[in-house]
Ligand binder design. Structure first.
Ligand SMILES: Cc1ncc(COP(=O)(O)O)c(C=O)c1O
Length: 339
């Protein structure tokens, strides 16, 4: 039997509508700016994210790398939460590609506060590096899909402005945050200099993310994308799926959030396991007794796939390709494996 795959919301297959749109996509050479489908996706992404312009990039990792590159200079520091994706899962890209140092702080749930920003302000001296950029992650993956609310984001943005820091939002799952809060995604990134949002996480597009900002900054980002080898040619074939993702796949995320609560309920209240409150489609649990890889292996044998994020943390992510009935079966198997 096919396993119930809750490792990530990146495992989704493109929908039939996406496949049809990809087959029919009008294309051109995007390095020449001549792919009409990519251009449409970029315009629409800019609109949805409330920015002047957007850039289609092959991955969220590249979108973050480009944002960090255009918002910093070599030797700068970047204020960031310790468990954020740019720190944990992007191969130290900010150091390797932009020559900047992360200044890491711990934040419950993963969300930086205005106090964290103010604490990073210090008198400048010629022998000290300065923070130039703050990176937020919304929703926060390792925090457990936690949502930073509009007023909280705004407070951080205001503190950053006062300090003279730029703000980048790693909004790989900004759609999930927006749906959980019932606000347009643009509201969640107002005032941020750049936002990266993924089309391939939860929204089911096979490839791609977007980076949105001002027109000038996106022009710079386009150069950085080329430098990193991300200039694509007839990319309309994949952008077409991205457009379908933006237009049709956001609202349905609410059912992934409901299913995540179902999966979490199978674990909560048990001794030796602490389940983080579920706010979106990610369920993270801390195991006090058994090693997380052992639990993941036991579950695999029962036909349910999850992820050991580290020795003690397991994660399940709900998505379109695992419906309510399958989530319910997964919940029963998880409960049995933990017994
Ligand atoms: C919060 C966050 N940011 C960035 C990324 C990177 O996206 P990609 O896998 O497309 O490079 C991910 C991927 O899971 C993520 O969860």
């Amino acid at each position: 039997m096919t396993p119930i795959d809750l490792r990530s919301d990146t495992v989704t297959r493109p929908t039939p509508e996406m496949r049809a749109a990809m087959a029919a996509a009008e294309v051109g050479d995007d390095v020449y700016g001549e792919d009409p489908t990519v251009n449409r996706l970029e315009e629409r992404a800019a609109e949805v994210l409330g920015k002047e312009a957007a850039l289609f990039v092959p991955s969220g990792t590249m979108g973050n790398a480009i944002a960090i590159r255009v918002l910093t200079r070599r030797g700068d520091e970047v204020l960031v939460e310790r468990r954020s994706h740019v720190v944990r899962y992007e191969l130290s890209g900010m150091a390797a590609l932009s020559g900047v140092l992360p200044r890491m702080v711990d934040a419950p749930g993963g969300h930086l506060t205005p106090e964290d920003v103010r604490a990073a302000v210090a008198p400048s001296a010629y022998y000290k590096s300065d923070v130039r950029l703050v990176v937020l992650e919304n929703t926060h993956n390792l925090g457990g899909g936690t949502v930073q609310k509009v007023d909280e984001v705004q407070a951080v943005v205001a503190a950053a402005r006062e300090a003279g820091f730029a703000v980048h939002v790693d909004g790989a799952r900004v759609w999930h945050a927006a749906v959980a809060l019932g606000v347009p995604p643009a509201r969640l990134v107002e005032g941020a200099d750049t936002v990266m949002a993924c089309l391939s996480k939860g929204l089911c597009a096979p490839v791609g993310s977007v980076l949105a900002s001002t027109r000038d900054r996106i022009a710079e980002a386009r150069r950085a994308r080329k430098l990193l080898g991300g200039g694509m040619r007839q990319a309309g074939v994949i952008a077409a799926a991205g457009l379908v993702a933006l237009e049709t796949m956001v609202e349905r995320l609410a059912s992934d959030h409901e299913n995540a609560r179902l999966v979490a309920a199978a674990m909560s209240g048990r001794p030796g396991i602490r389940v983080a409150p579920v706010e979106t489609n990610i369920v993270v649990a801390l195991l006090e007794g058994r090693p997380a890889p052992d639990v993941v292996a036991a579950l695999r044998a029962r036909g349910v796939l999850g992820t050991a994020m580290d020795a003690r943390t397991i994660r399940f992510v709900t998505h379109r390709d695992v419906d309510r009935e399958a989530c319910s079966r997964a919940a029963s198997e998880i409960a049995r494996a933990l017994d």
